[in-house]
Write a protein that binds this ligand. Sequence first.
Ligand code: SAH
Length: 233
Amino acid sequence: MKRFIGKIEESQAIIEGEELNHLRNVLRLTVGDEVIVVNGDGCDYVCQITKIDKNIAKLSVKSKKNNKNNAKNQISLFISAIKREKLELVVQKAVEQGIKNLYIFESQFSTMKLKGEKLVRYQKIIESATKQCERADFMKIELLSFSQMLEKFAAHKTRLFANEREGEEFDFASLKSAKDIAILVGCEGGFSAEEKQQILQTKPENISLGTRILRAETAAILLAGIASLFSGN
Ligand code: SAH
């Protein structure tokens, strides 16, 4: 059954905008067809189309089902602001890996300045990836300053700091029962010595992903995948 992002209002679902265009003009679905509507609350709503016009499709909710692909564990990915296209890739892949929260923060060497208006674009990517990987919960995304990042990172139980050149080998199998994991990755230029010191003061696992220096987005996607798989997310 095809999946759409929409609004749920009691026993009725509403699909508008680009989602409506896809339903009506691309897939050419009509009254009577059944689809799954997702509104980000973690459930799949099985719905039947009752009315379609130019600006809106209305559907009746037939049943509400739990979705097994939602983020199960609390895994937060913290990444310093990298170039726009790379960051967009990380947003998409983080959703696919079942990440619950994505935090983008500014650091001394980050080239990109964080702008709130970018969140609209990121939300679109989140919604599209949510449909593609068949989740029904929306990954949360937030922009942070470096000090806000440190505070949030320190609050997680298991803290994984990807530290090229100075990190140590880590036994990823130890993540088996971890339910509250934070992953921290720097931008293209990495972290300054002062920033590294502040991060290390939160007593994270100081992790090497091998002797090769990876692109920030590679390190983020790799570590998010490892943490997700090993923790049974
Ligand atoms: N400019 C830095 C590289 C930064 S790589 C240098 O040349 O030293 C960008 C980020 O990816 C880093 O901050 C780190 O978090 C992560 N990363 C890249 N390669 C890594 C590795 N081999 N082990 C652990 N983390 C790595």
